[in-house]
Ligand binder design. Structure first.
Ligand code: MF3
Ligand code: CO
Ligand code: CO
Length: 263
């Protein structure tokens, strides 16, 4: 297993800066997302704001990906590719995943947005989005030095089971370490067993980004663009993502929203 990078105080400060760009853009998207907008327009907005904030979009030209953000609507699990032909409509749920590189470090976070507001979306969609948000925080609350990466997935899995819903937790896509690299060790699986996988140490930085499906956990990769991941059964999917730091006594959410009511 490759070694997990430990960030020193100076590097952590740079991580905070990169993550602040990401969370600020996600905050700004609250006032931007609306019916009639194309996902290409979201891409243009994120690209422009990233540059204005002194950062670069990490996804642009990453492994052949050609956009500055991922926009995943309804049954799209992750890696939805912005397009001028995909138009938001009232009642859609969309995950917008922003990754910024600033001063050589990465910040990675995603949130769900209700097109037309909560009221415009189905009860099932709202419930899925809220449960997924809580699942992310249940995972984050496991983060502390001396605990194991497997504790995170175990807590998320137990929480989803406790809802009594027949939700599927996506297996093929996971959280990840990040810092100077977009994706580095550890891999953070959103299911698992307590006491397994790597031991967390202060100075580690990684994402927790559960994708929860309203049906089967199984996914299908688009043969058309090679990126878009959909639920295998066409059910809705939701995802939330934060970048977290392991501190001496717990964790710090580096991509915390700067406004009160969103998390
Ligand atoms: N931001 C995604 C993540 O959370 C990765 C997107 S990679 C891309 O890890 F190439 F699809 F953009
Ligand atoms: Co990520
Ligand atoms: Co992301």
């Amino acid at each position: 297993m490759t070694k997990i990078p430990i960030k020193n105080a100076a590097e952590i400060e740079l991580m905070r800066g990169a993550c602040r760009v990401t969370s600020q853009i996600l905050d700004e998207l609250n006032g931007f997302v609306r019916a009639g907008l194309s996902t290409e327009e979201i891409n243009t907005f994120v690209h422009k704001r990233t540059l204005e904030l002194g950062a670069k979009p990490a996804t642009l030209n990453y492994r052949g990906y050609t956009k500055s953000v991922c926009t995943s609507i309804n049954d799209v699990v992750c890696h939805g590719v912005p397009s001028p032909y995909v138009i938001l409509k009232n009642g859609d749920i969309i995950n917008i995943d922003v990754t910024s590189i600033k001063d050589g470090f990465h910040g990675d976070s995603s949130r769900m947005y209700f097109v037309g507001g909560r009221e415009a979306c189905s009860k099932a969609a709202v419930e899925l989005v809220d449960v997924t948000h809580e699942a992310m925080h249940v995972g984050i609350r496991e983060v502390a030095p001396g605990k194991r990466i497997g504790d995170i997935g175990a807590a998320i899995q137990d929480f989803i089971a406790s809802t009594g819903k027949n939700y599927g937790i996506v297996r093929e896509y996971t959280g990840h370490g990040l810092g100077r690299e977009f994706h580095e060790p550890p891999q953070v699986i959103h299911v698992g067993r307590r006491g397994t996988a790597e031991v967390m140490k202060a100075g580690m930085t990684f994402t927790i980004e559960p994708m929860i499906n309203a049906g089967t956990y199984k996914t299908e990769l688009s043969k058309v663009d090679g990126w878009t991941v959909r639920t295998a059964d066409g059910a809705l999917s939701a995802q939330w993502e934060h970048t977290v730091l392991v501190t001496d006594n717990g964790y710090e959410i580096l991509t915390q929203s700067l406004i009160q009511h969103t998390a």
